[in-house]
Design a protein around this ligand. Sequence first.
Ligand code: PLP
Length: 470
Amino acid sequence: MVESTVGQDNIYNNGIDTAQLKEWDKEHFMHPWADVSTNRAKFGIITEGKGIYLYDDTGKKYIDGPGGMWCVNLGYGRKEIASAVSNQLLKLPYTSPWTSTTEPASILAKRISEKTPDNLNQVFFSTCGSTAIDTAIRFVHFFFNVLGRKNKKIVIAREKGYHGSTYLSASVSGKERDKRDLDTDKTLVRFLPDINPYNRPLNMGEEEWCDQKINDLETSIIETGPENVAAFIAEPILASGGVIIPPAGYHRKTLEICRKYDVLYISDEVVTGFGRLGHWFSSEEVFGIKPDIITCAKGLTSGYIPMGATIISDSLIDRLADQCKESTLFSNGFTYSGHPAAAVAALKTMDLIEDEKILEHVRQITPHFQSRLHTLGEKYEIVGDARGIGLLGCLEGNISAGLTASETLSIDYKFGELIDSACEKRGLLVRPIINMCVFSPPLIITENQIDKMFDILDDSLNEVQNNLLK
Ligand code: PLP
């Protein structure tokens, strides 16, 4: 059993047994992507975390392969963050951001603006990634309305992109299967086809594939009419779509097309921000672009407290200011915009990233992480593709050749489930997305821990391959 790092007064269960808790959870807690059928899952209970490890109610220890949901970048049990948040809660838990500010929120806005590309200095706080995206799109619409170009409404997005779960952010998300039974605003969005280089025709090089994708964007803008297109939204790496890494030069060329037609560029750095690729933000530092708007969340507070941010360029604000003779309100905001406790969690996260040289650490261990990942891709027949960048990785299964579409889907799910349970048995949590396993461990992971993680994955793939191909 793990030795608890927290006092008993933090534990709420009052001796209720775990079977009862699981039953209550199943009956009453509608989890994200809730299954409303009769076979609702009974979830395991995670009771504690320390470093890169999670512990369940039986005391079993797991390496947290996905880092929560790509968010617990600094790992679990960070007393520095917990006590800073606790102090802030006692000092001032809340004040209205409509009528006042707080020290942490204003310091945080300034510090974030120092980490973004030079022109992105206006920070709008929200509560998560979805609300950061919502805010970005609402701002873009507001921007063109104020400029008197009210037809500029359409957002161009990519298939397999994921941007969130509010109505607007879900509308620009391109994961078709997620939308089967939900409504989204289809008039608002144009989707461009899959960009994954792994899916390009056999005889096509990556450069030609890239040109084709750039051409898709330009054609879509021309066909829709540049006067109707407001923005292009893109994740630098399509994370939930399966860690899809666009071909070299893609981001720079998409930005050039956007500039040509006065289409604003929203870079969704909810996953890639705050160190995942070894930099504060990847738009400029990794991909060489300065977007108009960057969104972030998750790693911003290392997952300790919910918070999102939409960072808008000075140029956009200046263009508005030139236009506005009288007060013009961007009437969008949340009760908890700039919440002081969340702001303190973010400030502490930033301190720790700097003090512990986390960005340098990520850059240093990335080659080892990627090399272990790619070796597994080459070793197993059931793995079609191994890809990654920074501390992001994905293994995509390849076991459905020659099957029909519905057979493919069920075997794809089976692949994910088998890997998941083989890893879990051995003490590694992975996050299967249909036939893909994605990895985004806490950034504090060491080389030895990376080895342990991939050793478990190696054994698990071996077991699954033997089962599936026998
Ligand atoms: N954008 C990206 C790239 C994401 O991966 C996610 C969530 O996974 C979101 C936005 C939405 O963030 P949240 O779940 O915090 O609302």
